[in-house]
Design a protein around this ligand. Structure first.
Ligand code: SF4
Length: 325
C-alpha cells in the first residue's frame, strides 16, 4: 500500500474553481480569482489535506493567498522576469557560486505551487537527470574545497526514498563533504513525509544534515509537524527556517514575531527572511526594502537575537546574497 504522504500528495486540486468551492470563498467579491482559462502556466497545486488549514469564507487567508491563482499574475512589469537571479548552471542541474558549496536541483517537482516561486519557469528544465548526477558527483570528488552540498529544487523531499538513499550513498563516499543541506517546503505541507524509513536513511549519513524548512506564516505550523521535527532532532539534524516576505501574507511585525516564536516552540530556528525575488507575475507580493527594514526594527525590539531571522535579498546575477539587517 502507498505510504500516507504519497496518498496525500496525489489527492490534490489543480484549479482555482475547486479551491474557491472548497474554501467557500464568495465568488462575487473575489473576481480576481475567477480566471476561466484552464491551461494557465504553472497551474494551481495544493493537496486537499493542506486546504484544511485555510479558514473557510476568508478570501484574505494567508495560506490561500500563497496558492490561489490571481489575475494580477498576468500583468507584465518592468524589472520582473522569468529568471530573476540569472542562475547559471555549470553542469545541468548544478550551481557552484560559493567556493565551499554547490547547489543541486535534484528535482523540479513540488507538493504545492507557490505563486511567488522564483524558479517557477526554470526548475523543471534545470533539474538533474541520473546522467548529470554522475557528472556532478565526479566534479565534487575532484574539488576538495567543497564541503557542503545543498539539495534544492523543486522539493528534494518529494523524491522517493530509494532515490534519496541512492544520492546519499554516493555522497557518503566523498570524505570532504561534511554537510548536506536540504531545502524543503513539503515538511510543513505534508509532515507525514518524515517517515520511519526516511529517518533510517538519514541516520546512515556520515555527514551532518541541515534541513531548511520554508514556512512563511504561523498558520502553516501543525502538531504533526512538531512531532516530526522532534524525530529529526533526535537524530542530530539541525532545522532552520527561511521565509519570503510577502505582501498581505506576513508583512506585519506581529505575524513575524508569532512565526519566530512558533518555529522555536517546535524546535526550528529562524534563519532568513528574504525579500521577494522579482519573478514575473509576482509584483502583487512585493514588499519594499524600506518597509521590510521598518518591520525588522520592531521585531528586534521584541525578540531575543537568536529568534530574529536575517533580512536578506538576492541580486540579479550577484555573487552572493546581500544582508540588509
Ligand atoms: S515549494 Fe519552493 S520550489 Fe516549489 S513552488 Fe514553492 S517556492 Fe517554488
Amino acid at each position: 500500500m502507498k505510504e500516507l504522504w504519497l496518498q496525500q500528495l496525489s489527492n490534490n486540486i489543480d484549479n482555482n474553481l475547486d479551491l474557491i468551492k472548497l474554501t467557500e470563498i464568495n465568488k462575487k467579491d473575489n473576481n480576481q480569482f475567477l480566471y476561466k482559462k484552464k491551461n494557465i502556466f504553472f497551474k494551481v497545486k495544493i493537496p486537499l489535506v493542506f486546504i484544511n488549514k485555510i479558514e473557510k469564507k476568508n478570501s484574505k487567508d494567508p495560506i490561500l493567498l500563497q496558492f490561489i491563482f490571481n489575475e494580477k499574475e498576468l500583468i507584465q512589469h518592468k524589472k520582473y522576469n522569468s529568471n530573476p537571479l540569472n542562475e547559471k548552471f555549470i553542469i545541468p542541474g548544478m550551481i557552484h557560486k560559493y567556493k565551499n558549496r554547490v547547489l543541486i536541483l535534484v528535482t523540479g517537482i513540488c507538493a504545492v505551487h507557490c505563486r511567488y516561486c522564483f524558479r517557477k519557469n526554470t526548475k523543471q528544465a534545470n533539474s538533474i537527470t541520473i546522467c548529470n548526477w554522475n557528472q556532478i558527483i565526479n566534479y565534487i570528488k575532484k574539488n576538495f574545497e567543497i564541503n557542503e552540498i545543498i539539495f534544492s529544487g523543486g522539493d528534494p523531499l518529494i523524491l522517493n526514498d530509494n532515490k534519496i538513499k541512492y544520492f546519499i550513498n554516493d555522497i557518503n563516499k566523498i570524505s570532504h563533504i561534511k554537510i548536506l543541506r536540504i531545502h524543503t517546503r513539503i515538511i510543513c505541507i505534508l509532515p507525514q513525509r518524515i517517515s520511519k524509513n526516511l529517518l533510517k536513511i538519514f541516520s546512515k549519513c556520515k555527514f551532518h544534515i541541515i534541513i531548511v524548512t520554508h514556512i512563511n506564516h504561523p498558520n502553516e505550523i501543525s502538531d504533526e509537524l512538531f512531532e516530526k521535527i522532534y524525530f529529526l532532532k533526535k537524530r542530530g539534524i539541525t532545522i532552520l527556517n527561511q521565509s519570503v516576505l510577502l505582501k498581505n501574507i506576513n508583512d506585519n511585525y506581529k505575524i513575524l514575531i508569532k512565526l519566530s516564536n512558533s518555529l522555536f516552540n517546535i524546535g526550528i530556528l529562524p534563519y532568513y527572511l528574504h525579500l521577494l525575488d522579482k519573478v514575473e507575475g509576482s509584483k502583487h507580493f512585493y514588499v519594499s526594502e524600506n518597509k521590510a527594514k521598518k518591520i525588522m526594527k520592531k521585531i528586534l525590539l521584541s525578540l531575543s537575537g537568536f529568534l530574529v531571522p536575517r533580512l536578506t535579498k538576492d541580486i540579479y546575477g550577484g555573487k552572493n546574497k546581500k544582508f540588509i539587517i
